[in-house]
Design a protein around this ligand. Structure first.
Ligand SMILES: [Zn+2]
Length: 444
């Protein structure tokens, strides 16, 4: 925890934009302090807002002192959990959004993500996930899913996550999917498509605005292999690697298969260390006409993978230059990177103390603020877990970070213990020490 300020010495400056908050007793809390209080909810994986009252109790602990120093504030009491909720109601979601962007920009500027680049581009995964689910309608924004016997009311989010080294995934854009995204009388698959594509149209300009100079390559499933996404990629000069499925673009698929059979020179065979055999094939300049009559040209890549006697076929469309030199990187870093968003991103946030699907608030606006705080905390958590600082510390004891702590959940618990029972040393807050630190990742 002491090292967190080291990663982001500017953090408090960014937090200055936030308004102050009051608790029910009318005690005023500075926005910076309350932002840390909210991040703490997820950083220490407390699981619910109520736990803040118990786990971060100030009596006989260093909680208040440590957090005051972290936030650069001088609060005399600690807030109750309602204070955070009240604060989030009055602070705009945009403030947390900006904070997240500034943190990621800094990591890019520090060149900590270089190793994960694909042909010079940073990979951004686009994918949707369910956040909350109710048996009865809870607000006008609920997405309605009718099943045979029941009707479910959902809140979903479309995420843009930057892929870092060592399996890191950093949230860089979140667009909440609302009821109004759905056109009436559509099948479940068409509803999913409607929702996610409409949300993408709102997400893309924000992503471009947040990272105007960054070379990005979009990765996503076949849903996004369509004119709307290709148009956006063209406008913003983004590259893409999108899943190519027969059912989604039947005419292009049949051209692709026909040309693959003819282009025997565009072939690369690789056997990896685990004995998995991959045969890559590619076709340049496939053409496609979208439903608005726009014409597109891109390359098709196929990977036939044989593992334990079973062969699976994976394919993507891309506007990156495909050759024997690049095809494997495009498929592995771009095409298959999207599996990481499930494993490392959503699943971990659901199945850990972060409790992604817990109802932190029933108010749709506040829900977004809680969601952003979780993404910010998750970024810090990953920096701690996978960054070189903790790794070097563990290595001094001849162990990996995970061996040292036993489990990732334990890291959050040790952090909480340190917050409660230790007065963090002065050196932890020195921005000059911070500026000298370099973060590296554990890619092994
Ligand atoms: Zn709702």
């Amino acid at each position: 925890m002491q090292t967190i300020r080291h990663f982001f010495p500017e953090l408090n400056t960014w937090l200055d934009d936030l308004p102050d908050g009051r608790d029910p007793e009318r005690i005023v809390y500075e926005g910076r302090f309350l932002a840390w209080w909210g991040i703490a909810l997820y950083l220490f994986q407390l699981g619910s807002r109520r736990q803040l009252d118990f786990e971060l109790s100030a009596d006989g602990t260093f909680v208040l002192e440590n957090l005051n120093r972290l936030a650069g504030t001088n609060q005399q009491t600690r807030p109750v959990h309602d204070t955070l909720d009240y604060f989030l109601e009055h602070s705009r979601v945009a403030g947390f959004d900006k904070l997240r962007t500034q943190m990621v920009r800094r990591l890019i500027r520090m060149k900590t993500l270089e190793e994960a680049r694909l042909l010079g581009y940073l990979v951004v995964l686009i994918d949707g996930t369910g956040l909350l689910c109710w048996q009865r309608r809870h607000c006008a924004e609920c997405l309605v899913q009718r099943h045979e016997k029941t009707t479910l009311y959902l809140h979903k989010v479309l995420e843009a996550k930057l892929v870092g080294p060592a399996g890191m995934v950093l949230s860089v854009g979140s667009e909440f999917i609302a009821n109004s995204d759905v056109e009436a009388g559509k099948s479940a698959e068409a509803v999913k498509q409607d929702c996610e594509l409409k949300a993408f149209s709102r997400l893309a300009p924000q992503l471009h605005q947040a990272f105007p100079q960054t070379r990005l390559v979009l990765a996503g499933d076949s849903l996004f292999a369509c004119g709307r996404v290709l148009q956006v990629a063209k406008e913003y000069d983004w590259r893409y690697v999108l899943t190519f499925k027969e059912g989604h673009m039947p005419a292009v698929w049949s051209d692709f298969q026909e040309l693959l059979a003819l282009s025997s020179r565009n072939r690369l065979e690789v056997v990896n260390e685990e004995g998995v055999r991959q045969v890559y094939g590619w076709v340049h300049d496939l053409s496609y006409e979208d439903d608005e009559g726009r014409r597109w040209s891109f390359h098709g890549v196929q990977c036939l993978e044989t593992k334990a006697g079973e062969t699976s076929c994976f394919a993507w469309i891309t506007n990156l230059p495909v050759s024997a030199k690049t095809v494997e990187a495009i498929a592995q870093k771009g095409g298959r990177a999207r599996w990481k968003i499930e494993n490392e991103g959503f699943n971990r946030q659901k199945n850990s103390g972060l409790n992604l699907e817990h109802v932190y608030s029933t108010d749709p606006e506040k829900l977004q603020a809680y969601y952003l705080l979780m993404q910010i905390a998750f970024m810090i958590t990953q920096l701690l877990e996978r960054g070189s600082l903790l790794r070097q510390l563990a290595a001094a004891w001849g162990q990996s970070t995970l061996q040292w702590f036993g489990s990732l959940k334990n890291i959050a618990r040790r952090l909480l213990e340190s917050l409660r029972y230790q007065r963090w040393p002065e050196a932890s807050y020195d921005p000059q020490t911070a500026a000298r630190l370099r973060i590296g990742w554990n890619s092994s």
